[in-house]
Design a binder for this molecule. Structure first.
Ligand code: GDP
Ligand code: IMO
Ligand code: MG
Length: 429
């Protein structure tokens, strides 16, 4: 068996969580391969809305196994909270949840360091979610990080306090006043106590050698779906660096974040919004600052699932989308939030950039420095409510034209459209 993949093609929040949930019945195992609680994946059904940060989006199907891979970084405090929140809705997240022993731990001082680095950057700050992502991946690569499997060691606390000490020294050097900083509204010392408590709680979970588990499951004919976080334009290598996250959000992250070899990758489903959003700083060529952007934000409720920040909104950017398709080897596309454009009489699609060096269909090396003018193609809007759409035949002809245009431009089939946050508001062709 091969591992199918669902990943984001834009700047995150494309609706990956919803599509993973919709596709889960076809799989046995859902595995997150990178990122951490900077992610916020929303799933809605039966008039309830759930936001997951670290737990894979297959968790609402009790018979499916959900795996947190080695490429993920995990904050025990946030992880435990997520499990408790789900339990309050009667969802037992723990029986079928496996965590790789090789996943790295986000510690309280990683979160302080995240804030310290952002403070140091001043005006050029990334707009990090302040979940400790950058510092934790930094320590992983620097070979000083703590892994989930380490919590089982007798000397774990010694390891933890050594790392903590290093971090505090670093912050002193950076002249960052850690004492006055609250983590999730909690003073550091109290947060740390609860974090250590959550580490003990983690010991009760199923901590596994995930790469063996996955290989043996595949050999036994199990179907595996890999769930990405963030989006390709936030990839540390291929995104709009330095305004990116600190992991490989693109296809390579599946191999390194789960221990899957490239030959074992099956279908790659690329999820994108019918328009485009970005939260945090950094280039966004098709961004709309006026009425059009405001209308997208309001109709699409474009406020961050993790931080509540308003998302920047703009038209679909085919230059960036084609780039993401190329990097990931996308085999099929899923278009999300189509209903948000229901009211627009004209819809623009960015289909080329005009830079100082002329017209291009490629994403420039440093598109922050480049003075980019987007070349747009104008299409008609369908100006019909998509609510209650039941089949492809009922799809407005003008929406079909929009889909056809994207398929023709990208050369990749659109396998479905989503027209509302609920599970049922999905059409798979
Ligand atoms: P993810 O991070 O890629 O999983 O996406 P998020 O959950 O952060 O953001 C997507 C938001 O759009 C969530 O609030 C979803 O409930 C919502 N959503 C998903 N698909 C649709 C859709 O087709 N239409 C509308 N209106 N909302 C949607
Ligand atoms: P999901 O999985 C949207 C953005 C942040 C910031 C930059 C770096 O829900 O799509 P970080 O905390 O990783 O250091 O922040 O990346 N970012 C996201 N934007 N969706 C996400 O995840 C994101 N995760 C990080 O806003 O600009
Ligand atoms: Mg999100």
């Amino acid at each position: 068996m091969k591992v199918d993949v669902i990943l984001g093609l834009q700047w995150g929040d494309e609706g990956k969580g919803k599509i993973v949930d919709v596709m889960t019945p076809q799989y046995d195992i859902i595995a997150r391969f990178q990122g951490g609680p900077n992610a916020g994946h929303t799933i809605e059904f039966k008039n309830r809305k759930y936001v997951l940060h670290t737990i894979p989006s297959g968790i609402f199907y009790p018979k499916k196994t959900n795996l947190v891979g080695n490429g993920v970084i995990l904050d025990p405090f946030i992880f435990r909270k997520e499990i408790i929140n789900l339990a309050e809705y009667g969802i037992d997240a723990t029986s079928n949840l496996l965590v790789s022993k090789k996943a790295h731990l986000i510690t309280p001082t990683h979160r302080l360091l995240d804030a310290a680095y952002e403070a140091l950057k001043g005006e050029s700050r990334i707009g990090s979610t302040l979940k400790g992502i950058g510092p934790t991946y930094t320590d992983k690569v620097a070979r000083i990080g703590l892994r989930v499997g380490d919590i089982l060691r007798d000397d774990f606390r010694v390891m933890y306090f050594n790392l903590r000490e290093n971090h505090l020294r670093l912050m002193q050097f950076m002249e960052f006043n850690a004492d006055s900083f609250l983590i999730d509204d909690i003073p550091f010392n109290r947060y740390e106590e609860q974090w250590l408590d959550a580490v003990d709680y983690m010991k009760t979970l199923k901590l596994v050698d995930a790469e063996y588990f996955l290989h043996r499951s595949l050999a036994a004919g199990k179907r595996v779906l890999a769930e990405g976080a963030q989006g390709t334009m936030l990839d540390v290598d291929f995104g709009s660096y330095p305004f990116v996250t600190s992991s490989n959000t693109s296809i390579g992250g599946v191999c390194s974040g789960l221990g899957i070899n490239p030959g074992n990758i099956g279908e790659v489903t690329g999820v994108f919004k019918a328009y485009c959003t970005r939260v945090g700083s950094g280039p966004f060529p098709t961004e709309q600052f006026g009425d059009q952007g405001d209308k997208m934000r309001e109709r699409g409720h474009e406020y961050g699932s993790t931080t509540g920040r308003p998302r920047r909104c703009g038209w679909l950017d085919l230059v960036a989308l084609k780039y993401a398709i190329m990097i990931n080897g996308v085999t099929r596309l899923f278009m999300m939030k189509t209903d948000v454009l229901d009211d627009f009489s004209r819809i623009l699609i960015g289909n080329g950039y005009m830079t100082g060096k002329g017209k291009t269909g490629d994403v420039p090396f440093d598109f922050l420095q480049e003075d980019i003018k987007v070349i747009y193609k104008e299409l008609r809007g369908w100006e019909t409510s998509l609510k209650g759409l039941k089949s492809k035949d009922e799809m407005p002809v003008v929406l079909q034209e929009y889909v056809d245009f994207i398929e023709k431009e990208t050369g990749i089939p659109v396998m479905g459209v989503s027209f509302g946050p609920d599970r049922t508001q999905t059409l798979i062709f």
